[in-house]
Structures are given as C-alpha cells and as structure tokens.
Design a protein around this ligand. Structure first.
Ligand SMILES: Nc1ncnc2c1ncn2[C@@H]1O[C@H](COP(=O)(O)OP(=O)(O)OP(=O)(O)O)[C@@H](O)[C@H]1O
Ligand SMILES: [Mg+2]
Length: 222
C-alpha cells in the first residue's frame, strides 16, 4: 500500500503540490493525469525521495518513509526503499550491462543475494515478461516496448509492494501499449499497489481502478 498525506512541495515561489493526499491499496491501479507542468513527476520524485518534499508524510507498505518532510536514513532506508519500484519514462537501463545483468544488479548489490539465486530469479522474471531470449543482449539493440518490459523487470527484481510508472506508454505503439496494460494488470493481481502517470486517457481507462487529475497541487478523482 502507498499512502501520501498532506504532501507539499514548492520550487522557489512556485507551489507545485499543496497538502496532497493519495492512498493506493494493494492490488489497486491508480492513474494520475493532468496538464504538463502540474507536478505529476514531482509527486513521483517526492514519493521515492529523489526530491524532498517540504512537508507531509509518505508511507510505503505501512512503513514511514517520510514524516513531516523528513525522509528516513540509515539502515531503515534500504528496508523501506526496496518495497518501492519506479519505472522511469526513459527506462534508465544500464547501457553497458546485458538485459540479465540489468535485472540482477539491484538484488545482488542492495539485497546482497547470491549471484546464483539472483540469476535464477532474474531468468524467471524475464520469462514472465517474454524476454528470456533477450537476456544476453544489450539495451541499445532492443525496441522501445522491449526496453519498457526490461525496466519493469528490473523493478520487479526487488519484489516491491508498490510500483510507480512515469508515462510508461509514451514511446509505444497501440499494440505494445495494450501489452504493457496486461502486464500491469497482472502485477495488480499479485497484490502490488500501482501508480501510473500518463497523458493517454484511453490507456488510463483500460488499466486503472481509479483515475485522478492533478490540478492546482491537489488530486481530484475523475
Ligand atoms: N528541480 C526543479 N527546480 C525548479 N522547478 C522545477 C523542478 N522540477 C520541476 N519544476 C517545476 O515544477 C513544475 C512541475 O513539473 P513536473 O515535471 O512535475 O510536471 P509534470 O506534471 O510531470 O509535467 P509533464 O506532463 O510535462 O511531464 C513545473 O513548473 C516545473 O518547471
Ligand atoms: Mg512529468
């Protein structure tokens, strides 16, 4: 479950997010739409700590990640942070690593699981995303849809309870968009809470349980 309470964020004199509340339960897909510049990506960055909010709370799987604008640090950070996966718009794959290496990097380095175990789990994830034949290839030789699936696989390798997507289908054709929709619905069935930022209303309607519009720093259900 993801819970955001009274989150506020300003950049100099521009108040982007104002006492924003959001709860996404396990197995639920919530989509956030809104005009360009309203603060959708800023919200995602405040949720995962890439940007520090000014005030408000963020709970991931019922554990406090941020309390009144203060993000947790030290050893607790990893235990909370690993429960949150983020799939960025530009995928952020490591170009010098093969697809399988991209998938096993974080579980090996952060969770410190053995290489054999990481490879076994990584290969299972690749299979579930129909990517097993690409495991030794490098990101530069993949299509946009394949890169998107690898990026999802990389998030899944940490076994997160919450996954946030920033415009997951912006570079995809309609058929690949619907494949991504199916993958996301399957993740929800497994109990993951999912937040998706998109400009694609048709995709939003297909994939979501709830759609929110971000406007004037707050979310309104539509
Ligand atoms: N690091 C920053 N410093 C200053 N202003 C910023 C910073 N990041 C974002 N902003 C401003 O905050 C506002 C919200 O930006 P954000 O990227 O969150 O919008 P968005 O809703 O994701 O837009 P889009 O749909 O175009 O991706 C914009 O006015 C942007 O210029
Ligand atoms: Mg954005």
């Amino acid at each position: 479950m993801l819970k955001v309470e009274k989150l506020s964020k300003r950049f100099k004199d521009k108040e982007v997010l104002k006492d924003l509340d959001l709860t996404i339960n396990e197995g639920e897909v919530s989509v956030i739409v809104g005009r360009s510049g309203e603060g959708k990506t800023t919200l995602l960055r405040c949720i995962n700590g890439l940007e520090k909010c000014d005030s408000g709370d963020v709970y991931i799987n019922n554990k406090a990640f941020c309390t009144n604008g203060n993000y947790i640090e030290g050893k607790d950070l990893i235990s909370v942070r690993k429960e949150l996966g983020v799939v960025f718009q530009n995928f952020n794959l490591f170009p010098h690593m093969s697809i399988l290496e991209n998938i096993i990097e974080a579980p090996s380095r952060v969770l410190k699981i053995s290489k054999e175990k990481a490879i076994e789990e990584g290969e299972n994830i690749l299979k579930s995303l129909s990517l097993e034949e690409l495991k030794d290839m490098y990101p530069c030789s993949l299509s946009g849809g394949q890169k998107q699936r690898v990026a999802i696989g990389r998030a899944l390798a940490m076994k997160p309870k919450v996954i946030c997507f920033d415009e997951p289908t912006s570079a995809l054709d309609p058929k690949t968009t619907m494949e991504v929709k199916d993958i996301i619905r399957d993740l929800a069935k497994e109990g993951i809470a999912i937040m998706i930022i998109t400009h694609d209303m048709e995709f939003a309607k297909e994939v979501s349980d709830k759609i929110y519009k971000l406007e004037d720093g707050k979310l309104k259900i539509i």
